[in-house]
Design a protein around this ligand. Structure first.
Ligand code: PMP
Length: 407
């Protein structure tokens, strides 16, 4: 399968005026051939590319779409606010309404700040922790993604050693490695930063062990350091109160973005009381950070997610997808490994050197109408129904057949 017509023409024009055709994670050059780069529209759990192909979407814009694309309640709230004002000389009343929602919904939160991107939120968490402790060292899990600025970017291009001078690395779910990193930080430990679960690209996903989560909490308490949960990717998909409610551990700071406003640009930092004063001293701002439209979208998104118990709904549909994949793989005699929370699943093929099998599965499933990802966790959204999942499972059958032919 190759992309044709309008998509190919747009890519060609983009190559002239945009470095590499597109920056970042949404560049379709990183996907098997046949994946579109440009989209005409999206609704519910369906996407239409510029060449008119329709897909059942299991990436949900890589996380932001949690209720479904172009959700009517969210878009109506955004439209109403847009008619009143968006980027003004200060926020609209909706800021206070949203902040009260977040502090009321997230048990560890005594206050919150808003921003635009996940990177803004993780960076603010680290800065607030340093301001609150007067210390420099931050523990980060090897391979975890926290954003696209020099202190945390997965690329080293344009990054100096000084940008990362005060990071100390540990291994996710490995308590001994955290203890060694804490010892290395000595009396200079500002924070331990951890993602909601281990969701590094191109490897099996890992949920946090309860003992690991508790040990991070205890180590931070002992050192007077801040425990930061980077919930940018998983927030509001696993638990409305923050993803570590699932393991019974509450952070001092948490970063949210992606799903908070169903696709509208917004991020949040939530924090504990002892970091309220330091948060007033750190200079966090941006030209668009008080925009009222995304905040109105966020209030509508959070209210609807709570009303329908979004996390449970996505979990049920994710489990249906998973069970169908397990049955399909068995039918075709293909060995798969499924990992991660059901709302954010990943399926890898056993012995899949270079993702040859995963790419073949995804390319064939795409041609049959389902949009999956071979290496990155996928994202269910609340618009997925049983019949959408079943439709995607039919498409998956073409994928398993393609893998069986290669195997
Ligand atoms: N942290 C995590 C865990 C993420 O998944 C992401 C985005 N993929 C970020 C931070 C950065 O968010 P953003 O791209 O919105 O800056």
């Amino acid at each position: 399968v190759t992309t044709t017509g309008r998509d190919a023409a747009l890519r060609e024009r983009a190559r002239q005026v945009i470095p590499g055709g597109l920056w970042g994670h949404l560049n379709a050059a990183n996907l098997p051939s046949g994946y579109p780069q440009y989209y005409a529209r999206a609704k519910g759990c369906r996407l239409w590319d510029v060449d008119g192909r329709e897909f059942v979407d299991f990436m949900s814009s890589w996380g932001p779409i949690v209720l479904g694309h172009h959700h009517p309640l969210v878009e109506e709230a955004a439209r109403r606010q847009a008619e009143l004002g968006d980027c003004m000389n200060g926020p609209g009343p909706v800021l206070v309404e949203l902040a009260e929602r977040l502090v009321g919904t997230i048990p560890h939160a005594d206050w919150c700040l808003l921003a635009k991107n996940g990177t803004d939120a993780t960076t603010a968490c680290v800065t607030i922790a340093r301001a609150g402790t007067g210390r420099r060292k931050v523990l980060v899990a090897r391979g975890s993604y926290h954003g696209a600025v020099p202190w945390c970017s997965p690329s080293i291009a344009g990054v100096t050693a000084e940008d990362r001078a005060h990071l100390i690395f540990y291994d996710y779910n490995d308590i001994a490695s955290v203890e060694a990193a804490v010892a290395k930080a000595g009396d200079d430990l500002a924070a331990i930063l951890v993602t909601a679960f281990r969701h590094d690209m191109a490897r099996a996903l890992e949920l946090p062990d309860v003992a690991f989560a508790r040990s991070l909490r205890a180590l931070c308490d002992h050192a007077g350091a801040a425990l930061i949960v980077d919930d940018v990717r998983a927030g509001f998909r696993l638990d409305m109160g923050g993803s570590w409610e699932t393991v019974g551990v509450r952070p001092d700071l948490a970063a949210y973005s992606k799903a908070i406003a169903n696709g509208h640009p917004l991020a949040a930092v939530t924090g504990a009381e002892w970091l309220r004063q330091p948060a007033t001293k750190v200079y966090t701002t941006g030209s668009f950070w008080c925009g009222a439209v995304p905040m109105a979208a966020a209030v509508a998104t959070l209210d609807e997610l709570r009303r329908i118990d979004g996390p449970a709904r996505m979990k049920a549909m994710g489990e249906r997808l998973r069970a169908g994949w397990a049955a399909g793989a068995a039918r075709h005699g293909v060995a798969v490994r499924q990992t991660g929370p059901a709302q954010m699943p990943l399926m890898l093929f056993e012995g899949d050197v270079g993702f040859r099998l995963g790419d073949a599965f995804c390319a064939a499933a795409l041609a049959a109408g389902a949009y999956f990802h071979p290496r990155h966790n996928m994202f269910l959204n609340c618009a997925h129904t049983e019949s959408d999942v079943d439709r995607a499972l039919q498409a998956s059958d073409a994928g398993f057949a393609a893998v069986a032919r290669l195997g």
